[in-house]
Design a binder for this molecule. Structure first.
Ligand code: ATP
Ligand code: MG
Length: 692
């Protein structure tokens, strides 16, 4: 990010951005798409309010979604000449406040934080004879988190899930019992979980007038980034912070809502103008981050979204000069995909793209390992998950110790030189060492030197003591310096960030959208938004790839993500039916339409497949074979013709959809309740047989 002039917080803004930045105190809402400058706008707005004397820096509380984003906001503010603004995550802010108010609202020792829920959930589950295997406990813990995020109590849980028709990880009464048991065990142990931090903070402000008074005196102005992913619980905290005031700026993009699985909802963002009718509402459409090619792909992807969130559709208009088209590549297997990506990255780096300007983004963290390995194999440095764990790396902890204890001999030296001298004995050689692991450690040390350079740029007089203090603050806030390495991150962790080149990997159905989203349209749409978040991280180049099998030599059972339909060019080798006009046919009306091209469906077979006979098919051929064998055995046993069991087109539809559960199975025309009861288990077993 280029440093704006210190004396003009509103320089480098377009008219709409400037309207939001310079709006008078009071409610402001920026509803806008990816890369349109929302984060830039709120940072500048804070600087503007401080500069014009509307508020003191210490009276501003800015909330963002990750510790990294909070750190970045503090850095941006410092560059704008504003220091002392509190920029934190909801949890970090609540933790500080609760610790401060604890003696008054609770008294006695502070209850320690419970790091994970599994132990108490396990005990509670055992008591009510619920499943206690690792996966069940994780699901139960996730469900309790979802409930707490939505302000749903254990008592209220069964009614709430019935109302929402939510799939629960067990009978609702039983989940409620585990939830209640978990709360009791945790409270007996006098511990707080992460959700409690927010609950207790809100309660302290709601119930203690003196606490609320002191707080409201201290903080006068609130700013929330990524507001589309706020939970009811976080909103309650925000409301408690505000009291009856309205000095609140929120920015968000409903199309980037990716945490509804954890209880977040874009409702508060979309309803903001109704809640505050006097709010200044700004919509931004100009995308300053990405080339028109990347923007076009993003528009196409999100343009196909269905459901409520899509109602806020905004079309982005690319502002940058043109760049390369998105690149789509199919691979035989996952290791081959990772190796090819690593090779391409190495070439980019050789061509002068800094490694820190490249990211590999995936759906689940477990995918990271293959890419760590592949990058190590080609000798390209990387950091996992945006480097959140930078300050817990052993070499960084060691370096911080020596920086604190080995100042002798470097007094008076310029800070950056002093840091280099002190770090030399722990591995900061002038040139990078060979070997991937050593290289990674060396990059960490170098990152500390760069941090010193950054500090000196802002505070020319900074010395080693000041530097150590800065490191402590950053380690506290888990805000790592940028390591000169490729970022490996999950799509969730990539929110709000940007890179020159982005690799979106593992784009196979079953991974993105993830298998367990199948049959649930809302969950599928959230998966689509995840890909949208991923695509819109790229400034110039975006590479999308997938693999047909997991292991080398494995059966080629996987197929590219359904979200790539409409994005990937027809003439692409992986578009098996190239000559089909996938854009033909008008949309709208109530007649069933092809899910690929949108034309009205003609004929029973097309209805079953929910696509035209000649639109690209993704039938899993091996699954189809298995289904046919099973059908002939079944037909023989019953002494009926095969089509009485299932017709060919129903089998083809099963082989194409790969339904994961009863709900998606009955979604296939030709499978009614009777057939579901009779054949459902066998069919689902055949579908999952081929997985893994
Ligand atoms: P996201 O939805 O992904 O969080 P965002 O709306 O917060 O995106 P920013 O990160 O603030 O967008 O900005 C995207 C990029 O565009 C940044 O590199 C930013 O510096 C740049 N940018 C924003 N506004 C302008 C502008 N008016 N002129 C030039 N560049 C801009
Ligand atoms: Mg942003």
């Amino acid at each position: 990010m280029s440093a704006p002039s210190l004396d003009a917080p509103d320089a480098g803004l377009d008219d709409e951005q400037r309207a939001a930045v310079t709006a008078a105190r009071g409610p402001v809402c920026v509803l806008a798409g990816a890369g349109t400058g929302k984060t830039r706008t709120i940072t500048r707005r804070i600087a503007h309010l401080v500069r014009t004397g509307h508020v003191a820096p210490g009276q501003v509380l800015a909330v963002t979604f990750t510790a990294r984003a909070a750190g970045e906001m503090r850095t941006r503010l410092r560059t704008l000449g504003v220091a002392g603004v509190q920029a934190r995550t909801f949890h970090a802010a609540a933790l500080r406040q609760l610790r401060y108010f604890w003696p008054r609202v609770v008294g006695g020792d502070q209850w320690p934080l419970l790091e994970g829920k599994l132990r108490f959930v396990g005990q509670a589950a055992a008591r009510v004879k619920a499943g206690t295997d690792a996966a069940s406990l994780r699901d139960l813990a996730g469900e309790i988190e979802w409930a707490k995020a939505g302000l749903v109590t254990a008592d209220g849980y069964p009614a709430a899930v019935a109302r929402l028709r939510r799939d629960t990880p067990g009978p609702a009464e039983q989940v409620a019992a585990v939830y209640a048991g978990y709360e009791a065990l945790k409270n007996q142990a006098r511990m707080l979980d992460f959700d409690d931090l927010l609950l207790h903070t809100a309660a302290a402000l709601e119930e203690h007038g003196d606490v609320a008074g002191e707080f409201q005196d201290r903080y006068r102005c609130f700013v929330v980034d990524e507001y589309q992913d706020v939970t009811a619980l976080q909103q309650r905290v925000l409301d408690a912070w505000l009291g009856d005031r309205d000095d609140l700026t929120v920015v968000g993009d409903a199309n980037q809502t990716i945490y509804t699985f954890a209880g977040a909802t874009p409702r508060y963002l979309l309803d903001f103008p109704r809640r505050f009718p006097e709010a200044v509402v700004v919509r931004l459409q100009r995308d300053y981050r990405s080339t028109p090619q990347v923007v076009a792909a993003a528009n196409t992807l999100i343009g196909a979204a269905r459901g409520r969130v899509a109602g806020t559709r905004l079309r982005l208009i690319g502002q940058l000069p043109p760049g390369p088209e998105p690149d789509y590549t199919e691979h035989e297997d996952e290791p081959a995909e990772a190796a090819a990506v690593a090779t391409k990255i190495k070439r980019f780096v050789a061509d002068g793209v800094p490694a820190s300007e490249i990211a590999v983004l995936f759906r689940i963290n477990a995918q990271s390992e293959a890419y760590e390995q592949a990058l190590a194999d080609v000798g390209v440095p990387y950091q996992v998950r945006g480097g959140e764990r930078f300050f817990s790396r052993p070499e960084v902890r060691r370096a911080m110790t020596v920086l604190r204890t080995s100042a002798a001999g470097v007094e008076g030296a310029p800070l950056v030189d002093a840091v280099r001298v002190v770090l030399a004995p722990v591995g900061l050689t002038p040139d990078p060492p060979g070997g991937a692991a050593q290289r990674a450690q060396w990059e960490s040390l170098l990152a500390l030197v760069e941090l010193a350079e950054e500090l000196v740029a802002v505070e020319p007089g900074a010395d080693l003591r000041r530097f150590n203090a800065e490191l402590d603050v950053r380690a506290d806030a888990a805000h790592p310096p940028t390591v000169q390495g490729v970022t490996l991150a999950s799509l969730h962790a990539a929110k709000g960030l940007e890179w020159d080149a982005v690799f979106l990997v593992g784009l196979a159905d079953g991974t993105l959208p993830i298998q367990h989203a199948d049959g649930d349209e809302d969950a599928i749409e959230e998966e689509r938004r995840l890909l949208y978040v991923g695509l819109t991280r790229a400034r110039r180049r975006v590479m999308l790839s997938w693999a047909l099998s997991r292991q080398p030599g494995g059966a080629r059972r996987r197929r590219r993500s359904r979200f790539l339909h409409g994005l990937i060019p027809d003439q692409h080798p992986s578009s098996r039916v190239a000559e089909v006009d996938i854009r033909g046919g008008a949309r709208g009306g109530t007649k069933p339409r092809c899910r690929i091209c949108g034309s009205p469906l003609l004929g029973a077979d097309a209805m079953k497949l929910r696509r035209c006979g000649d639109c690209p098919s993704d039938v899993d051929v091996e699954l189809l074979d298995r289904l046919k064998v099973w059908r002939s055995v079944e037909a023989k046993e019953q002494q009926v013709p095969a089509y009485v069991v299932f017709t060919d087109s129903t089998l083809a539809a099963i082989a194409e959809y790969r339904p994961a559960d009863n709900a998606s199975l009955v979604g296939i025309p030709g499978i009614g309740a009777r057939k579901l009861e009779r054949y459902g288990p066998a069919v689902l077993a055949l579908v999952t047989d081929g997985d893994g």
